[in-house]
Design a binder for this molecule. Structure first.
Ligand SMILES: [Zn+2]
Length: 75
């Protein structure tokens, strides 16, 4: 399947969850020792093709989930 993209959609540009996001790839958990860990999963927008990383801190600096559009700079 190929997505014909006209650039990142407005929903993806806001860097938050929206209905067009679909899980891709493999989840990652980093081990940061005393600082805890960060959990990542990856989502692709079925409308514009953007890939967002969703990450959540576990441990001392608990926070999230946060989203970062990792295709920013490409389209
Ligand atoms: Zn999108």
């Amino acid at each position: 399947m190929t997505i014909q993209s006209k650039g990142a959609c407005d929903a993806c540009k806001t860097n938050r969850w929206h209905e067009q996001l679909s899980p891709i790839g493999t989840n990652v958990t980093t081990d940061e020792g005393m600082a805890g860990s960060t959990h990542y999963d990856f989502l692709q927008c079925t409308q514009c093709g953007s890939i967002l990383a969703r990450y959540e801190d576990k441990g001392l600096g608990k926070g999230g989930p946060f989203f970062k559009r990792i295709t920013e700079g490409f389209f």
